[in-house]
Write a protein of this length. Structure first.
Length: 117
């Protein structure tokens, strides 16, 4: 008798569990190729504000750099420089200076050059 009760309880639990099933809907897959707008427009430019830390041309370039012989300069052996050699002449620009000025307008072997960092 007890065995019959256990079997009937199992069948009832099985039927109750199966009766509550509903169809599951999954989201549509994302397409493999993104949609690309050929001519995107921003309707409201204030939606994407541009924040500028420094005003335009806030970092002035060096127009007339001063140089010293390599033996007279206090640079460490591992200090970074940007160097240029042209027609047998050479100049070195310490990166520590370029970090604050970013550009140097110069001339080497009679040729105008721009050194930028």
């Amino acid at each position: 008798m007890m065995r019959l009760v256990v079997i009937l309880a199992g069948i009832v639990l099985f039927l109750v569990a199966c009766a509550g099933k509903t169809a599951v809907s999954y989201p549509q897959p994302i397409p493999a190729t993104p949609t690309i707008a050929t001519n995107p427009r921003i309707d409201d430019p204030t939606e994407y504000p541009f924040r500028q830390w420094a005003r335009n041309d806030a970092i002035p370039p060096i127009y007339k750099p001063e140089f010293a012989p390599a033996t007279a300069v206090n640079l460490q052996n591992d200090e970074l420089i940007m160097g240029i050699s042209l027609q047998g002449q050479a100049k070195a620009y310490p990166v520590t200076v370029l970090q604050f000025r970013e550009m140097v307008n110069d001339e080497l072997a009679g040729i105008p050059i721009l050194v930028t960092w």
